[in-house]
Design a protein around this ligand. Structure first.
Ligand SMILES: Nc1ncnc2c1ncn2[C@@H]1O[C@H](COP(=O)(O)OP(=O)(O)OP(=O)(O)O)[C@@H](O)[C@H]1O
Ligand SMILES: O=P(O)(O)OC[C@H]1O[C@H](OP(=O)(O)OP(=O)(O)O)[C@H](O)[C@@H]1O
Ligand SMILES: [Mg+2]
Length: 304
């Protein structure tokens, strides 16, 4: 996308993140783990990138897709729910897609679900025909209803959607669910999942210009490394060669372990990068299978 004539060309990359809210801190922490650091402006709405020419813009999450579409920022961290809702809304209005998901980031997990009063005997989506459904996600709900071939009325609310059935504004709702506590507190039950969501790195559909494109590539490489090792641990231990066939099946999530021979012909030192949880239970299983001197180390960084 070429910037409007009045927009000066930028050679610094600009990333929008939520100013405050669920995604604010994890987004910042993830970018910091990619080696980015910033100096904050006094109004705390803009952070100037110090370690790399990558600046942060602190905004409401709902504004992030539009800022990317307008070229005001290059990338953004936002819920998939918001990105797809706004994308659906734009396409519904005849606009071309301007932003897309570049990476799933593994935090901010929730789902967009359809919920009905506990008392309903839920038989299936056709029960929604002619009903009013309250939601803050009209585009995603309308798409889903159209896909199911159901004619229902979409009632738009910007928040506190779960209370709508009790207020008589709607018979059902479609909203984000995480623990399910808000639904339960409002005597509602989830019956369909429309979307599994998490925080994503969003970027433009079109490629960025050379300078910012290179910065974005660098950031993506670091991000992929950071995401890959997020739950990884380095496992060090020793074992006899003959128990290796018993140990390896206990490490299904490990990259091919490094095996070093120790002085005694039968003695090995092993080093395995495990991408799944290394629990106490797992360590005890490995010990039982013949591993000795087990040690679990955190992984600070990785570049493939
Ligand atoms: N209950 C939840 N559990 C986990 N993640 C959630 C939950 N609710 C929302 N999210 C995710 O976090 C994102 C941000 O939620 P938050 O409540 O902070 O947004 P907001 O109130 O719209 O903030 P803003 O003030 O920036 O507009 C949501 O779009 C969604 O992707
Ligand atoms: O399943 P749960 O864990 O209960 O979470 C779901 C609730 O969380 C979000 O609301 P939030 O707390 O952000 O309030 P808001 O919608 O008024 O911003 C969402 O809109 C649901 O209401
Ligand atoms: Mg918001």
């Amino acid at each position: 996308m070429s910037p409007p004539a009045s927009t000066p060309v930028r050679d610094r990359l600009r990333i929008a993140i939520q100013k405050s809210g669920r995604l604010a801190e994890p987004a910042r922490a993830l970018l910091a783990s990619c080696g980015l650091s910033w100096r904050e402006s006094r109004d705390r709405l803009f952070c100037y990138g110090e370690s790399l020419p990558v600046d942060l813009l602190l905004v409401r999450d709902d504004d992030i897709p539009g800022l990317i579409a307008d070229g005001v920022c290059d990338l953004g961290v936002v819920g998939r729910n918001v990105l797809l809702e706004q994308g659906g809304g734009r396409v519904g209005n005849g606009a071309a897609p301007a932003f897309r998901e570049w990476r799933a980031l593994g935090f901010g997990g929730c789902r967009l679900a359809l919920a009905v009063p506990d008392a309903w005997d839920w038989q299936g989506p056709e029960q929604l025909t002619g009903k009013r459904i309250a939601t803050s996600y009209p585009a995603l709900l309308s798409q889903w209803l159209a896909g199911q071939g159901i004619a229902a009325e979409v009632v738009l609310l910007s928040g506190s959607v779960e209370i709508a059935p009790r207020l008589g504004q709607a018979e059902a709702i479609c909203d984000l669910v995480s623990s399910g506590a808000t639904l339960t507190a409002n005597q509602l039950k989830p019956v369909m999942t429309l979307l599994e969501s998490e925080a994503v790195l969003a970027g433009p559909v079109e490629t960025l210009d050379a300078a910012r494109g290179e910065l974005a590539e660098l950031l993506l490489r670091r991000l992929d490394g950071a995401l890959r090792i997020r739950h990884s641990k380095l496992l060090l231990f020793q074992a006899s060669r003959r128990v290796l066939p018993d140990l390896l099946p206990l490490l299904p999530d490990a990259e091919a372990p490094t095996v070093m021979q120790l002085d005694g012909a039968d003695d090995l030192a092993l080093q395995a990068l495990c991408h799944g949880a290394v629990t106490w239970q797992r360590l005890e299983d490995l010990k039982r299978a013949g591993a000795r001197g087990l040690m679990v180390l955190p992984v600070e960084g990785m570049l493939a």
